[in-house]
Write a protein that binds this ligand. Structure first.
Ligand SMILES: *Cc1c(COP(=O)(O)O)cnc(C)c1O
Length: 390
């Protein structure tokens, strides 16, 4: 079944005001998500925060099952936190690294993750190794397999980098990790919501993501999946009375499920909103979303490629809804601002977001236009016409 574009746009209020090609930054929230968030805030205003949470308990708890359905895991394997970085950090900093342990990652690794690798390497003496790319500009599975040895503690992969159309071969990496018995942490921040994700097919031990990007959830939401079989061996870097129970004066017990990675206070309205965003994505179908997003992005690449002075820079055997390009002789920030003045939203991928990737490709910065299923073919044409006038 294909996407009903008319309905998708009608339920996306922002479509009336802007041409939004910044879905990799934050997608436009659909109306059903906005409504439940406002309703819960009103309930808090009129009845009290704690009392509202009690009344809306089933709506709040819904997020765990919704994400379990989305990712094909158990509801007990999900933690809800404030963003993808915190989700990733909670997993990462619970791994007991020792001197000489090897951390394997790829050129596409996200900036915050790499900063954490650097910190852990400095503190513990663990060693970071960046696996080279293959001819498609994605992590070489052969090089990864060769790099694995008995000191390899973790493979950390960014599924879809912030700085290009690439979709990393996450399941192939998972196969290598499973064969070697090495922990595998997947940053799925840009892939969740724009394509189907199945933690069993991928074979990851952890998956972190955000709510606001292709999932179309509210800002300030993120989540972490942790495989049940490793949960109990992992001690979260922070504990509180939600993650653990104070059982005797000098004793505590960490809770058995993935919520050991959460903390007590949270934004209940956005938890409800995130659940509705997940249900909403599932109702369109992730395979259908992926098909439309990939087709739109390819149309955009093709139309950009024929504008004089514009160069598209996306790599990878499989590409996604993120399209990156440069305009000859122009600064990416200048292009982005000029478009913004014309109510066209894009963003800029700068060096500090993806240093390994951009340095390797000899690029300083890129304009990023990221499309979603609710964007139209007419918008792509208008985008290219406008850019051609620049
Ligand atoms: C945006 C992004 C993040 C960070 O997500 P937050 O929710 O802002 O913490 C992590 N990884 C990738 C690949 C991203 O694009």
């Amino acid at each position: 079944m294909s996407i009903d574009l008319e309905r998708a746009r009608r339920e996306t209020l922002g479509c009336e005001n802007v041409l939004h090609f910044n879905n990799a930054g934050a997608a436009l929230m659909p109306s059903p998500v906005l409504e439940v968030i406002i309703n819960h805030l009103q309930l808090e205003v009129h009845t009290g925060g704690y009392e509202a949470a009690k009344q809306a308990n089933s709506q709040i708890e819904r997020i765990y099952q919704a994400l379990a359905t989305l990712l094909n895991c158990g509801a007990d394997e999900i933690a809800i936190v404030e963003n993808a970085t915190r989700a990733w950090d909670m997993a990462y900093y619970s791994i007991p690294f020792k001197s000489g342990d090897r951390i394997l990652t790829s050129q596409a690794e996200y900036s915050s993750n790499y900063i954490a690798h650097l910190q852990v390497a400095r503190k513990t003496g663990a060693v970071i190794e960046v696996i080279s790319n293959d001819e498609n500009g994605q992590i070489s599975i052969e090089a990864l397999r060769k790099a694995i040895d008995e000191r390899t503690k973790l493979i950390a992969l960014t599924h879809v980098p912030t700085s290009g159309g690439l979709v990393s071969p996450a399941a192939e990496v998972g196969k290598v990790a499973r064969e070697a018995g090495v922990l595998y942490l997947l940053d799925a921040c840009q892939s969740v919501g724009q394509m189907p994700l199945d933690v069993e097919t991928i074979g990851c031990d952890f998956l972190s993501a955000t709510g606001r990007k292709f999932l179309r959830g509210p800002r300030g939401t993120g989540f972490l999946y942790v495989r049940r079989t490793i949960l109990e061996q992992l001690e979260p870097p922070f504990l509180d009375l939600h993650a653990a129970e104070w059982t005797a004066k000098n004793e505590y017990t960490i809770r058995p499920d993935a919520r050991r990675f959460e903390n007590w206070e949270t934004n209940y309205s956005t938890k409800i909103g995130l659940a509705v965003a997940v249900d909403y994505a599932l109702s369109w179908g992730l395979a259908e979303i992926k098909e439309r997003v990939q087709a739109l992005a390819q149309t955009l690449r093709d139309q950009l490629a024929v504008i004089s002075g514009v160069t598209v820079h996306d790599v990878g055997a499989e590409k996604c809804g993120i399209v990156t390009f440069q305009v000859a002789g122009k600064d990416s920030t200048e292009v982005q601002s000029w478009l913004e003045e014309r109510k066209i939203n894009t963003s800029v991928s700068a060096m500090n977001y993806a240093r390994l990737d951009l340095e390797e490709r000899g690029l300083k910065s890129l304009v990023r236009a990221s499309v979603h299923y609710y964007n139209s073919e007419e918008e792509i044409a208008r985008f290219c016409e406008t850019l051609a006038r620049f």
